[in-house]
Design a protein around this ligand. Structure first.
Ligand code: ADP
Ligand code: MG
Length: 250
């Protein structure tokens, strides 16, 4: 693991036609950060994620990982350099087991590093089980992903993201569709992973209990523009944030 793990985002811009989806967004993410990106629907959160992981190219701005520019690199390359994202549900293979899904990612990473190729079933089972134990899913390692409860699947997705050995982890609505207690549990797990692995996490979340309970910092977007950044306490107390965002969030 690298010592630094520093993502510097400077003055990102991206429009779609006449819509300024992201307009002048800057922030820095470092080891130990659990930064919540919040804002109403359409504020530009998902666009930010897609700009950071290479799925979209910014009109202007820079994204540097430990000093190296990422803008212009393809998503696979950005992933290989250490910017991971939680897999969406469609990214797990329903007929494969929980362990095999994690092994796939471990294999993919090993092939990238060492040009290794072996059948997934023979490779990295112990490593996969260790990651699954960390997210509390080792007991279900040999079940097909297709039969898992929704909250369990989200934890497998987290294990798959960790299998890529990220420095920076992007989580766009990681708890969407989960029950309230499961959301808090998943974010508590994420927070402990941040501490033990020196990870830096950027996440979006609608549930304000989760945001204010676990984020180390909060960045608020409104129509593409950053309107506040700071500790959960300072952001919660910000009058502009309250009128733009928290006021209409029931
Ligand atoms: P959020 O994730 O905060 O809800 P998004 O980043 O998805 O917001 O969207 C920000 C704005 O950009 C919205 O107005 C949305 O309609 C627009 N937008 C996002 N992606 C596209 C796209 N691929 N094409 C056109 N408009 C888009
Ligand atoms: Mg979104």
């Amino acid at each position: 693991m690298s010592a630094a793990n520093r993502l510097e985002v400077r003055d990102l811009h991206r429009s779609f036609g006449g819509v300024r989806a992201v307009s002048g967004v800057s922030f820095t993410l470092e080891s130990g950060d659990l930064l919540a990106l919040i804002g109403p629907n359409g504020a530009g959160k998902s666009t930010c994620f897609n700009l950071l992981n290479g799925q979209l190219r910014p009109d202007a701005g820079s994204v540097r990982l430990d000093g190296a520019e990422l803008v212009g690199l393809p998503p696979r390359r950005i992933w290989a350099l250490g910017v991971g994202r939680t897999f969406q549900i469609t990214a797990t293979f329903a007929s494969m087991t929980v362990a095999e899904n994690v092994q796939m990612v471990l294999l993919s990473r090993a092939r990238r590093l060492f040009g290794l190729w072996r059948p997934a079933s023979a490779c990295f089972r112990d490593e996969a089980l260790a990651l699954l134990a960390r997210v509390g899913m080792d007991a279900q390692a040999d079940r097909p992903c297709g039969v898992l409860a929704y909250g369990d699947l989200k934890r497998v997705e987290l294990a798959m993201a960790l299998a890529g050995d990220p420095k920076i982890l992007l989580m766009d609505e990681p708890t969407a569709g989960m029950a309230p207690f499961e959301r808090l549990e998943l974010m508590a797990l994420t927070a402990s992973l941040v501490r033990e692995r020196g990870l830096a996490v950027l996440f979006t979340e609608h549930d304000m209990d989760v945001v204010f309970g676990h984020a180390t910092r909060v960045l608020v977007l409104d129509r593409g523009r950053p309107i506040a950044e700071g500790t959960p306490e300072s952001v919660r107390a910000d009058a502009r944030v309250q009128s733009v965002y928290l006021g209409d969030e029931a």
